[in-house]
Design a protein around this ligand. Structure first.
Ligand code: 26Q
Length: 802
């Protein structure tokens, strides 16, 4: 949009008069922020309405992205960037004596997600709006997002995330768009006068789902899509008595908090309730919109696409069936054909413990009509498959097995498309995890490698680098991020390489200041900043990282060796552990204990520092990533479906130290082996160990004195205050045979690590590697990912050429 600085100042002043009836210098930063938010919201409102009108008038096919998590972070700066008024607003505020950075700081993170999956959903919302894809997000407005993490004596403590304490300026409550969601009770099928089977419900517990909408602005294109998050409220019904405390509480609880587990499912009724709550409200509201269009129900799939982000929204399938059967009066066959054509599903994990399974009796009790429909879907599936493939094969694909409902099976059977999130992950789905389904429905399987929005992860978070890039290749790359490859032409340009180094150094100095202020730890910006930021999980192997740190430390302590000449290293960790995941919490304690030991040992002359930032999330990532030299992507091969921090770090010029897992494979394909640091087992070797049961971690312990010394340090008092944790971790590696092959990959990890020093010392070489990583990272923009979804799965419009 076009707006002059003077006009903006006028509008800002008007807004603060109307909101607070005072002068700007009388406002707190929070009030100044709220004022700015209300001005920006007004700017987007016109485009928001216009976009909605256009979609309706053109009867454009719409995508509904169902996700139980959305993790957008802060919205102020990204909205300003997308509107094209970031600089105008910054300057206008400065004229008024307001520092924009102070306003940014007071905004709370919208942290309604655990990690990769929720952040991916947010990147996709950004890219859908930017690519003019008519896309809608559908999720839950949790009153509390992911917990706030604190360390007390090195242990993780979880505090509630009260992100709605202050007004949320970005949302709009729409009471007139509320839907009713039915739980429990009994359902009876009866024939009506027209011979149709209709259900009657008794003793249900009804919940009112009230939507809160947030504008998702596209980048300089005037498109504004909608993110709709549902809040559970007590219905104003005369028939049921909602006055009991228990009843009110049980309704209130549905949208009270985000489950903090991201890799093991928790079979609690409340979780299932959350799932059906946002699914039912969302699908009902889609059909309400669709009926208004006046197009026959038979054409639903030509106008609507429902995307199921992991299995959590799988009940979209039986819920759509329910509405088509019970409310629209369609036959089963017609309803099923529409449902399959409408729904598509993304798988984000192959880890067995993360695959959702629900006891049949729980589903039957909570959502009896949905249960009936699932049973009928399964009955028909079994019937048709048995004829083709025989009973045994068919049974393996059954939705219900031994009283358990397998959500992934339901999602696959009810969708026309099933995708994995990186090449290797999709191959594993097809060949291993979902092989039977792949044999039965090969055409449904496809790969869509994840992506990230380069707007948040470069333009917004690394302005120094963005400006430098534009100085050399112009600004086209902002809209066509693959043009970053033009940087390759400057590989030998020492002026650019020096400037690149300077930008990185500036970012490192900023991070160092933050670390000093918040943690009291001094770090040297000239040290190598080695970064591992992601959820804490055994398969991601933060343990491998800390064991290497420990071995470096022990070596330094042993006396003068070539390592004494090492380039100083700062190891930076950011990670939350699920509160119930005690092993992950023990690793946190270990890292903190090692950090304490090393940071306070003056004899090593500051060669190593270990920084474990508290409360890692989107906003901290935006501070850390621009300052990273090394990107640690060290999961056990086959376990990380894709990873996305790998892409963000690469885009900011970090060198990837990685196993060939998830999207690291695609990163290697683009930058080449010589521009990253690869190590570790590959897929075939791992499967060989699985098949032959020939892995014995004890043998490695016994034959590798350096590693043995390091592991013994966990239990012999070398590291103070970790008696219990040290022993548990030691046992996991030796007594329980090291499930994630940490010891197996240890030597090759140490070897890769030891290459860093000499590479880093050759500044030109290092800067060239960094430049090449940036040059190839544009191809990981989620704009491209979204266009592939639009073309190959959703069959919807987008505005760009691939
Ligand atoms: C399910 C049921 C009950 C409770 C919790 C859950 C649950 C919640 C969140 C299960 C899984 C998640 C999140 C998973 C996740 O973030 N997966 C990551 O998805 C990224 C985007 O595709 C990938 O890049 C990562 O590799 C993958 O780990």
């Amino acid at each position: 949009m076009e707006i002059s600085k003077e006009q903006f100042k006028k509008e800002y002043n008007r807004a603060l008069t109307s909101l607070y009836a005072t002068e700007v210098h009388d406002l707190t930063p929070l009030e100044q922020y709220i004022t700015l938010g209300s001005v920006v919201k007004e700017y987007t409102a016109q485009n928001w309405m216009q976009t909605k009108r256009e979609y309706q008038q053109n009867q454009a096919k719409q995508v509904y992205y169902f996700s139980i998590e959305f993790l957008p972070g802060k919205l102020l700066k990204s909205n300003l960037l997308n509107l094209g008024i970031l600089d105008t607003v910054r300057e206008g505020l400065a004229d008024l004596g307001v520092d924009f950075t102070h306003l940014e700081e007071v905004e709370s993170d919208q942290g309604l997600g655990n990690g990769g999956l929720g952040r991916l959903a947010a990147c996709f919302m950004d890219s859908m709006a930017t690519c003019d894809v008519p896309g809608n997000g559908n999720g839950i407005r949790y009153r509390h997002g992911l917990f706030r993490q604190k360390f007390v004596n090195g242990y993780q403590v979880e505090l509630p995330d009260n992100w709605l304490r202050h007004e949320n300026v970005w949302e709009t409550r729409r009471e007139n768009k509320a839907e009713t969601v039915r739980f429990y009770g009994q359902v009876h099928l009866e024939e009506n006068e027209e011979g149709q089977i209709v259900p009657t419900y008794r003793n249900t517990q009804d919940v009112l789902a009230v939507p809160y909408d947030t504008a998702m602005t596209g980048y300089e294109n005037d498109t504004v899509n909608n993110l709709r998050l549902w809040s559970a409220e007590i219905p104003a019904s005369a028939e049921v008595d909602y006055s009991s405390e228990g009843m009110r509480k049980s309704i209130h609880n549905i949208s009270d908090m985000l489950y903090p587990d991201d890799s093991s499912y928790d079979g609690r009724m409340l979780r299932l309730k959350q799932e059906y709550f946002f699914v039912s409200a969302g699908v009902q509201s889609i059909l309400r919109y669709y009926r208004k269009l006046g197009v026959p129900m038979e054409h639903l799939a030509e106008n609507i696409s429902i995307h199921i982000n992991d299995t959590h929204p799988t009940m979209c399938i039986p819920e759509l069936m329910r509405l088509l059967l019970d409310e629209e009066g369609l036959t089963w066959e017609a309803a099923w054909a529409i449902t399959m054509k409408t729904c598509s599903y993304t798988n984000h994990t192959i880890m067995a413990e993360a695959l959702e399974k629900w006891p049949e009796h729980m589903v039957a009790e909570l959502v009896p009509r949905i249960y009936q429909i699932i049973c009928e879907i399964n009955r028909r599936h079994i019937e048709s498959m048995t004829l083709l493939y025989g009973a045994q094969f068919t049974w393996r694909t059954s939705i219900i097995q031994d009283g358990i409902i397998h959500m992934a099976h339901l999602a696959i059977i009810g969708s026309h498309s099933i995708n994995g999130v990186a090449k290797l992950h999709t191959e594993i789905l097809k060949e291993k995890a979902l092989h039977d389904f792949y044999l039965a429905f090969p055409a449904r399987f496809n790969n869509k490698t994840n992506g990230i929005t380069h707007r948040r992860w470069l333009l917004l978070s690394n302005e120094g680098l963005s400006d430098l890039i534009s100085d050399y290749i112009g600004t086209e790359w902002k809209k066509k991020p693959n043009e970053l490859y033009l940087l390759k032409a400057f590989k030998e340009d020492s002026v650019l390489l020096d400037k690149l180094e300077q930008v990185k150094l500036d970012n490192k100095m900023r991070l160092a200041e933050y670390v000093k202020e918040t943690m009291g730890i001094e770090i040297d910006p000239h040290a190598v900043f080695d970064v591992q930021i992601k959820r804490l999980h055994a398969y991601k192997r933060q343990l491998l990282n800390v064991l290497h740190i420990l071995s470096l430390y022990l070596k330094l302590k042993e006396g003068p060796t070539p390592e004494q000449e090492m380039v100083p290293r700062v190891f930076i960790f950011g990670a939350k552990a699920a509160p119930s995941y005690s092993y992950a919490k023990e690793i946190i304690k270990l890292i903190n204990a090692v950090a304490d030991l090393i940071n306070n040992d003056t004899s090593i002359n500051n060669k190593i520092k270990v920084v474990f930032v508290e409360n890692y999330g989107v906003t901290l990532a935006e501070k850390i990533i621009p300052a990273a030299d090394i990107s640690e992507q060290i999961s056990l091969v086959t376990k990380e479906a894709s990873g996305t921090s790998n892409m963000k770090l690469m885009l900011n010029g970090a060198i990837t130290l990685a196993t060939l897992d998830g999207a690291n494979v695609e990163i290697r394909d683009k930058v080449g082996d010589e521009n990253m640091l690869l190590f570790g087992m590959q897929e075939a070797e791992l499967y060989h160990f699985y098949d032959s049961h020939s892995y014995h971690s004890h043998d490695i312990y016994n034959h590798n004195p350096r590693l043995k010394r390091c592991l013994d340090a966990l239990v012999d008092g070398t590291i103070p205050n970790i008696e219990a944790e040290g022993q548990e971790i030691f046992d996991s590696l030796l007594k329980y045979n090291d499930e994630y092959f940490v010891l197996k990959d240890y030597d090759s990890y140490v070897a890769a690590q030891s290459r860093i020093d000499s590479l880093y010392t050759d500044r030109k070489k290092w800067n060239q590697m960094s430049l090449l990583n940036i040059a190839h990272a544009g191809e990981f923009s989620s704009d491209y990912t979204i266009m592939h979804y639009a073309d190959e799965i959703w069959n919807v419009h987008h505005n760009k050429n691939l």
